[in-house]
Design a protein around this ligand. Structure first.
Ligand SMILES: [Zn+2]
Length: 569
């Protein structure tokens, strides 16, 4: 028999064995006992917390012939056979791959027919937020007047993407993230059941890495138990070594050297980790996580134990590391590392990137300088004051500086909303305008200084769209690396004043590229950058077209003219 993944093998079969969702399962059991079963349910929550499992238990329970206290008996004919292929009383649909109107219409056709075995026919639509607008409309018609024998269970990780009309017709249940403690308990139970011995620290670590998701934790456990040897306990160190990660004490040692400015010590420790086969990228992630913990302990005191789920002594150890270091240095280190982490995704030089980052961390001044690179020369005193002002983030653009911060945010958000209205965009796209506006506008500043505005502005006061576009790509190379490739995969179509029209090929790559640019935070970044490069508001017009004869070029071009030629066909 094929190996069954632990997550499937230990999938709960009745409400009482669902871990961490007692509130939801109690209500559902009560509904079944009192015969008040609804026609539409929505289960929302992060991945791997039991949405589909609960849906399946519910589907069996409402059909079970010998229902016990609201639970399915899992022994009667219906319980045993209802999920078998060919019965079609429990129909599971993946909303991500059946997202069109035709699939939903097909459901509408079929709901007329009564169930073959039990009392109810249950449709479970997973990832329901992926349905198209038309599909939602079709679904709505069914939800409005469902036949007596139909129950819909919709499951989603993103309930905010569902139309109000759908939400208002469902009984909504929030499936909670599962606590580390409960996940650890389940892991211990499973290990006991399969006869594998593992130390408590290792179990806690796997539960922690599951990040509130039982499925993620059990998938990890599935891999880890393969390292077992007969009659030997799997230790925390075994698990760390298997995953290419290091012990938290080692990270603590690294951080102690960093705050002491001991560059040699830091690099020697990192070298030892690499030689022990640890993964540079994972170590980098652990470092960020550790600094975060230190900062939380420093800033929240006793509450940190509950926030981080750690003991008093662990909290004290973290506090000792951060004792003589100002909070803002931790903020800037974390900000800096998160920025640097993006580089790891694209580079085969992970260990070099980590080494350079570690060296910069040792020297707070070089860290600040790196982030605000290419600022114009200022008097020393002023530069220092500005550099430290926003948690080591780059200072605001000069024109916004004299304003009160709140006003600056408000007016920029208003500007953006006005521009969005002018562009006829949907309101959702501007929802993060305020957030975006609150971020320091450094990328565009730098690019603007490099690309003199004269290059963007023509002699007659118009705009050179090619140069504007080049400036945008350059800004993205510095500030939003992930936008560079999408920008390279489109064609500059319209060159009118105050409008930048980009066309994407209607294939998979083109759609992905446009999707990336359409993310509210990215979209606003591009608009803001255009505004600062060209000194005016721009309408950014994105559209898919049939086919663009273009290959995504290499990203190494530096010469503005060579970059732009590639855009014209
Ligand atoms: Zn039964």
């Amino acid at each position: 028999m094929a190996y069954l993944a632990l997550y499937r093998r230990y999938r709960p079969q009745d409400f009482d064995s669902v871990v961490g969702q007692e509130y939801v399962t109690r209500i559902l059991k009560n509904q079944i006992l009192s015969g008040r079963v609804g026609h539409a349910y929505l289960f929302s929550g992060i991945r791997g917390t039991g949405k589909t499992s609960i849906a399946k238990i519910f589907a069996r329970a409402i059909n079970c012939e010998h229902n016990e206290d609201g639970n399915p008996c899992n022994a009667c004919d219906t319980c045993l056979n209802i999920e078998k292929p060919g019965v079609m009383d429990i129909i599971e649909i993946d909303g991500a791959s059946n997202r069109g109107v035709d699939e939903i219409r097909e459901i509408r056709e079929k709901v007329k027919y009564p169930p073959t075995m039990g009392k109810y026919k249950v449709y479970i639509i997973d990832e329901v937020h992926m349905l198209t607008k038309e599909a939602f409309n079709a679904l709505l018609k069914t939800l409005e007047e469902p036949p007596e024998h139909i129950v819909f269970i919709l499951a989603t990780t993103e309930p905010n993407k569902l139309p109000m009309t759908i939400l208002s017709r469902c009984q909504r249940f929030d499936i909670k993230p599962i606590s580390q403690e409960r996940i650890a308990g389940q892991i211990a139970h499973i290990l006991d059941d399969i006869g594998v011995s593992m130390d408590r620290e290792a179990i806690d670590f796997i539960a922690y890495r599951g990040d509130s998701s039982m499925r993620d934790a059990l998938s990890l456990l599935d891999q880890v138990i393969d390292i077992r040897e007969a009659d030997k306990t799997i230790t925390y160190e075994d698990v760390l070594a298997f995953m290419g990660m290091v012990d938290e004490d080692q990270i603590a040692g690294l951080v102690q050297d960093v705050v002491a400015g001991d560059k040699g010590g830091v690099l020697l420790k990192f070298k030892a980790m690499r030689e022990a086969g640890r993964d540079s990228g994972l170590v980098f992630g652990q470092l960020i996580d550790y600094l975060r913990k230190v900062l939380i302990v420093k800033t929240t005191g006793a509450a940190s134990q509950e926030i981080l789920g750690i003991t008093e002594s662990a909290s004290q150890a973290l506090a000792a590391v951060g004792q003589d270091v100002p909070d803002k240095r931790f903020y800037s280190m974390i900000d800096f590392l998160i920025e640097e982490k993006n580089k790891l995704r694209y580079s085969g030089l992970a260990s070099v990137i980590v080494e350079m980052a570690l060296l910069k961390l040792c020297d707070p001044d070089s860290l600040v300088k790196t982030v605000v690179q290419e600022q114009p020369e200022r008097p020393a005193g002023q530069q220092r004051r500005q550099a430290g002002s926003v948690q080591g983030m780059p200072p605001r653009p000069a024109q916004a500086a004299p304003q009160h911060a709140d006003n600056a945010v408000k007016s920029r958000a208003q500007e953006m909303q006005a521009a969005a209205r002018a562009a006829g965009r949907e309101p959702t796209a501007v929802s993060s305008a305020k957030e975006t506006a609150a971020l320091p506008a450094s990328g565009a500043d730098m690019a603007a200084q490099e690309t003199p505005s004269a290059a963007v502005r023509t002699a007659d006061g118009g705009v050179n769209t090619d140069n504007l576009y080049t400036g945008l790509v350059r800004s993205c190379q510095k500030q939003k690396q992930m936008l560079v490739r999408p920008l390279m995969c489109c064609k500059l179509a319209h060159k009118g004043d105050k409008k930048l029209a980009l066309r994407f090929s209607a294939d998979k790559d083109g759609q992905a590229a446009m999707g990336m640019l359409k993310l509210p935070v990215m979209f606003e970044f591009v608009k803001k950058t255009l505004c600062e490069l060209g000194g005016d508001q721009y309408v950014l017009d994105l559209e898919l077209v049939e086919k663009i004869m273009m290959r995504c070029p290499s990203l190494k071009r530096q010469n503005p003219s060579s970059t732009t030629t590639a855009w014209r066909s």
